[in-house]
Design a protein around this ligand. Structure first.
Ligand code: MF3
Ligand code: CO
Ligand code: CO
Length: 258
């Protein structure tokens, strides 16, 4: 069996718990809005990290990534061929034409809100713009599958079909995840799969969907820093992420602006 489709025990959250996650999720979305104007040529990813950390603490939250399995910074910053888990650095200066994913996870009152977005730095190539747009569509198509009774495989199939239709590939080594008081928990949410297979969704489940879509092959390699995941063929990679709750009749995006 594919590891991502193993049997999983998934927590069902109460309406009160989901209200807490709504607050954490809203804060995460607001943080991405706050940082957007700073994403421009000449800014270092270290500076973006510092700004996000300060904003998060000002809003009564802490950054989940900091110290998580030894991760050294407060956000992940993944540029161009970096798939995910890029580490902010003084040496990384944004330049016109880059695509930059910023992944934030504030913990508010004990609850996590996990969201990310790929930003464009100045003018980008048509190829980069298309990859970013299609990746966002992949996320939204995945979310559109979510409702009680749907299967995890329906989400992955919708994402994979759209990516392949545009000649792109779907990363398999990193998946969405359950989330709550804990950053990463069951279920694993693959961004590939077969319709009608996998875990059956129930109201009260909360998880992320966060497709990483590559312009070239799906293969990924992790650099010697132990974190930075890059495309093996050096092709561009984009990602978008929301934390969502399965509601009584469909889906609620917890990491959206008011
Ligand atoms: N926020 C990432 C995710 O979407 C996880 C980052 S873990 C870190 O799951 F340690 F790299 F921060
Ligand atoms: Co996540
Ligand atoms: Co994330």
């Amino acid at each position: 069996m594919d590891w991502a489709f193993r049997p999983q025990s998934v927590e069902i959250k109460s309406p009160r718990e989901i209200e807490k996650m709504r607050a954490a999720g809203r804060l995460a979305a607001q943080l991405l809005d706050y940082i957007e104007p700073f994403v421009k040529p000449g800014t270092t990813t270290e500076e973006l990290d510092r700004l996000c950390d300060a904003w998060t603490r000002t809003h009564g939250a802490v950054s989940a990534p900091f110290g998580y399995h030894g991760f050294p910074k407060h956000i992940c910053t993944s540029i161009n061929h970096v798939v995910c888990h890029g580490i902010p650095s003084k040496k990384q200066v944004l330049k016109e034409g880059d695509i930059l994913n910023i992944d934030v996870t504030p913990i508010l009152d004990g609850w996590h809100g996990d969201t990310n977005k790929t930003f464009t730095v100045g003018q980008v190539s048509d190829a980069a713009r298309k990859l970013v747009d299609i990746t966002h569509e992949c996320l939204m198509l995945g979310i559109a599958e979510v409702k009680p009774g749907a299967r995890l495989g329906d989400i992955g199939a919708a994402i994979e079909t759209h990516a392949h239709a545009h000649g792109f590939s779907v990363v398999r080594d990193f998946v969405g995840h359950g989330i709550g008081r804990v950053f990463h928990m069951d279920p694993s949410v693959p961004h590939y799969g077969k319709r009608g297979t996998g875990l059956r969704l129930k109201a009260g489940m909360v998880f992320t969907i966060e497709p990483m879509i590559n312009a070239g092959g799906f293969e990924v390699e992790v650099l010697k820093d132990g974190w930075t995941a890059v495309t093996r063929d050096g092709s561009l990679s984009a990602q978008f992420e929301h934390t969502i709750a399965v509601s009584q009749d469909g889906v609620e995006i917890l990491t959206c602006r008011d």
